[in-house]
Design a protein around this ligand. Sequence first.
Ligand code: HEC
Length: 436
Amino acid sequence: MLCTLALPACADLTASEERGRAIYFGEKGSALDSAEVQIGDLSTKLPARTFPCASCHGRTGAGKAERGAQPSQISRDALTRPYTVKEATGRKRPPYTSSSFRNAVRAGKDSGGNALSEAMPRFDLTDKQLADVWAFLAVVAEASDPGITDDALTVGIVLDPANPASQAQQKLLGVLAGDIDKLGGVHGRKLTLRIVSPKNAGAETANVFALVFPQSVPPAGFDSTVPVISVLPASAPSAGAFALVASEADQASALKRFATEEWGVVSVKDGCAAKKGETVLLGSAKCLDKATAAKRVLLTQTVFSSIPPASRKVLPAETYVAFAAPLSRVARNAQSAFAQTRARARNDKSSILAEADAYSAAALLIEALMRTGRDVSREGVIDTLEAVRSFEGGMTPPLTFGPNRHVGSRGAEIVRYDALAGTFALSGIWTDPDIR
Ligand code: HEC
C-alpha cells in the first residue's frame, strides 16, 4: 500500500483519482486485475496486473530509463504542455487531450498519431477506467511520498535555534545544497532544506521527504517509513533511523574494553564514587571533584567537552578520552571537501565540530538519494542506506550499514589527555566491536 491515510495528499484524492491511483500502482482490487495487455505484435495477451504504469513511468510519473526504453514523463503537466514536445526519442507531438490519452494507452499512438515504441504495452482499459487514470495523472507528482515533486525534494534539518551552533550549521548546509543544485540537483530535483525545530520534527514528516538531526538525537515514535539520519543513535530508534557513530553508551564500552586490554582492569568504577588508585568512568562533569582521587579517568568526548577548560587541570595524569569521529580516521578527500565548503560558508572556527556533524549527516543522505536514482521513494532510500558499505564522504570514520545494522561506525579512538599541559597525545588507539 503506497498511500497511507497519514499523507494529506492521499486523503484529499477524489473517488475517481483514487481509482486511477490504484490502477497506476497496480493495486489489488484495481481495474488492472481484470484487464489485459498486448505487447508489440505478439498475438497472446498478458494479464495487465503485472504491468502497472508505475513500474515503468515511476512513482511520480517522471519516467525512468530501463533496458534501453525511455518511458515518457506522464504527469498531466508533462502530457499537456502547450507546445510541440520533442521526446527523448526524437518523436514530436502536440499536447494530449483525454481522448488522445486513451488512444495512446489502448492503441499505442501518441497525440500526433505517431506509433509509440513496443516498450509501451497496449491496455484494454475502458473509457471510464482511463478517465480515472487521466484524473490521477493530474496529482501523481504530489501523491507520492511527502516532500517530493517533479522538480524539488525537501529535506528537514532539525536544528534548535537556541543552540549557538545552529546558524553555522545552517549556513554550511545551504552552501552544500547550492553545490548539489549547480550539478543538476538530485537527479533533476532541486534540493530544498527546511529548518525544523526539534519539537515539530514528528509533525513535519508530512512535509519533508527525510529528516536530518545534526545536533539532537531523534525522539521515539517516528513512522518506520521516514528516513531519519542522526549523528548519535536514538535510544529507541524507528526502523527508518540511521546514525553515523557510536552512542555514548557504546563509547563507554569501548573505554572499558580498552582498560581491560591495556591494563587488565576488569571492573571500571563509576566516577562519582571514585577511590584512590581506581580506574573510573566519569559519566558526567558533575563528579569531577571526586575523580581527582582516581588513578585513571576515562570519559567520552561529550563529557570531556562539557568540562570548562580551566577545570580540566584537576584530572589525573592518566586521563583518556573516547572520540567516535577522530580526524585520523576521516578520508583525506572528505577533509578537504569539508574545509572548502566551510570556507565558502565563511563560518568562524567556533562551531567547527558541530558543522562537521551536520556536514557528515547531510553527506550520507545526499549519497543515498543519488544512489537511489530519479525514481526515489522513502522506502527506496532506506533500502539504499542499508546497502552502504565503507562510505567515506563525511567527517567520520568509514560508514557501513546493513538491514540489522543502522549505526555506521561503532568504534571509538581512545586518546590520552595531558591535564597539566592541556593537550592530547598525537595518536590514540582505535577500539571497535566490529574489529576483533
Ligand atoms: C513496460 C513498461 C511500461 C508500462 C507498464 C507502461 N508504460 Fe507507458 N510508456 C512506456 C514507454 C517506454 C513509453 C515511451 C514510448 C515511446 O517513446 O515511443 C511510454 C509512453 C506512454 C505514453 C505516451 C506519452 C508520450 O510521450 O507521448 C502514455 C500516455 C503512457 N505511456 C501511459 C501509460 C499508462 C497510463 C500506463 C499504465 C496503464 C503505462 N503507460 C504503462 C512504457 C510503459
